[in-house]
Write a new protein. Structure first.
Lengths: 143, 222
């Protein structure tokens, strides 16, 4: 199975490495060459230097044959556009996209994108963690 | 009309200025993200400019996107932002008219793909003007009417062109094309059946995209 990971920062590089470990054939795309170092010395997958908005870069990275596309650059709007290009232009059935802003994530999931909002996840987890605290009764305030 | 402009750079600010000029009676809200620019604009536009990222829903709502505006104009320096602003305005708030600036002509296909059809690109417009000024030119695109799926092109009739010396009604123009006008020695007239084409004429034609080669063959290739 082939996966394309667009945006190879902290999130993208880890997704790429984990997928590769699970046996996927992975190509990562990033506009910065340093991003390749995040993939580690043992990286056996592909790496294409370029911007994900550039369809030539997407083609070179193999978007036409990809079974899954993960869009995780550091720009919400960049991710939104790339994800729609992958779905509508290249007819990719499995596109997952990171959108930090919860409001935009909700809107675009209504439009049919598979959105993941780390901000929403963080809000949820922090809330759960706060609720789970064991709260000792406070000492009565003396009069 | 109520017009919401996202992006307070040269284009956005000048648009707001033109729209607010006496007599038009338009209501305008300008959204600018950069604080330094915003403060500068605030001197001139006062409450009509707002600070914020126009791709954030709460910023758009504060600017009155839910009314909704008659037109939303996305002219930031970032194509992704312009696309997202237009999509949210249209799909979420039912804005019927959106206009977007294309900064990088290579992104034009993304705007087209996502159905944002009223787009303006300075690079493309300037290129067309340059081509228009080049004395020897083949066929140049002057205007694309995306929604109508038509385009207007200009061709110059060469003395060896097969169309030179022929009347318009004698030309075997491709289906889906029509000549509009002939410009000769700086004077233009509407092209009718009896109009005779002469070498040096500048001809405007309207046609469906993809018919350029057929039109070239009829008018230009000898």
């Amino acid at each position: 199975m082939r996966a394309l990971v667009i945006g190879c920062g902290r999130v993208g590089s880890n997704v790429a490495i984990r997928l590769a470990d699970e046996g996927w054939e992975v190509t990562a795309v990033d506009e910065k060459e340093e991003a390749l170092t995040r993939l580690g010395e043992n990286w056996r997958g592909g790496f294409v230097l370029g911007h994900g908005m550039d369809v030539d870069v997407l083609r070179e990275a193999g978007i036409e044959d990809a079974d899954a596309v993960v869009v995780a650059t550091d720009g919400d709007n960049t991710n939104i556009v790339i994800a729609q290009v992958a779905m509508k232009r290249f007819d990719n059935q499995c596109v997952v996209v990171r959108i930090l802003d919860p409001a935009r994530a909700d809107f675009y999931s209504e439009l049919g994108l598979r959105t993941i909002s780390p901000t929403k996840t963080a809000i949820h987890d922090l809330l759960e963690a706060a609720r789970a605290c064991e709260i000792k009764p406070r000492e009565a305030i003396p009069n | 009309m109520y017009i919401l402009i996202a992006g307070g750079g040269k284009i956005g600010a000048n648009l707001a200025r033109s729209l607010l000029r006496d007599g038009h009676g338009h209501e305008v809200t300008l959204i600018e993200q950069r604080r330094d620019r915003y403060e500068h604009l605030e001197h001139e536009f006062e409450h009509q400019v707002q600070l914020g990222d126009a791709t954030e829903i709460h910023v758009l709502e504060r600017a009155g996107i839910a009314r909704p505006p008659d037109v939303v104009v996305a002219v930031t320096g970032d194509d992704e932002d312009n696309i997202v602003i237009c999509q949210m305005a249209r799909e979420k708030y039912g804005v019927s008219k959106v206009v977007a600036r294309v900064n990088d002509p290579r992104n034009q296909t993304h705007f087209d793909l996502l159905g944002i059809s009223a787009t303006v690109s300075a690079t493309v417009s300037i290129m067309a003007l340059i081509e228009h000024e080049v004395p020897e030119h083949d066929l140049i695109h002057l205007l694309e009417l995306r929604k109508e799926n038509l385009e207007i092109v200009e061709v110059q009739i060469d003395k060896n062109a097969p169309a030179a010396g022929k009347r318009v009604e004698k030309l075997k123009l491709p289906h889906g094309s029509r000549l509009i006008s002939i410009t000769r020695d700086g004077r233009s007239e509407i092209a009718i059946g009896s109009t005779e084409l002469q070498p040096g004429d500048q001809v405007l034609a309207i046609l469906q995209p993809g018919k350029e080669d057929e039109l070239r063959r009829v008018l230009l290739k000898s």
